[in-house]
Design a protein. Structure first.
Length: 144
């Protein structure tokens, strides 16, 4: 992996999983955006992944749809209880209101919901550490 995602993408992945917005299929997954306006396709084969979400496609790092898929595949830690704390968040709107300052958006949610951000950050760091150990290859397009 050439580029690494911001840690806040883990929170977005937790929300997608808690909201049941990830539908797994053979060789690919459909992931709906937090505002329901878009749908992304994550394709995978071995250690190769692609997705048409902006982060993965344009930035070249695994965006939240890829991270969520990796969690469901058991390749990344997935704490369902932690995930449920981050349920029903419109990250599209929230990130826009914070001008894509993702850490500010996460803090706002934690403050509003009374979430122990230190604990959540520790869980997210575990995911990021595991992600750094994976031999992932992120591609713009993956033909299966």
């Amino acid at each position: 992996m050439k580029k690494f995602p911001p840690i806040e993408k883990v929170y977005e992945a937790w929300t997608a999983l808690a909201d049941h917005r990830v539908k797994m299929h053979e060789g690919y997954a459909d992931v709906s955006s937090s505002d329901g306006e878009k749908s992304y396709v994550v394709r995978f084969s071995g250690d190769q992944y692609s997705s048409d979400d902006n982060a993965t496609y344009w930035q070249g790092y695994p965006g939240y749809p890829v991270i969520a898929v990796l969690m469901l595949q058991g390749k990344l830690p997935y704490d369902k209880e932690e995930s449920e704390l981050w349920k029903n968040i419109n990250w599209t709107q929230l990130n826009k209101s914070h001008k894509n300052k993702y850490a500010e958006a996460v803090k706002e949610v934690a403050d509003e919901r009374g979430i122990n951000l230190e604990h959540s950050m520790s869980q997210a760091e575990e995911v990021m550490s595991a992600l750094s150990q994976l031999p992932l290859v992120i591609k713009r397009k993956l033909k299966i």
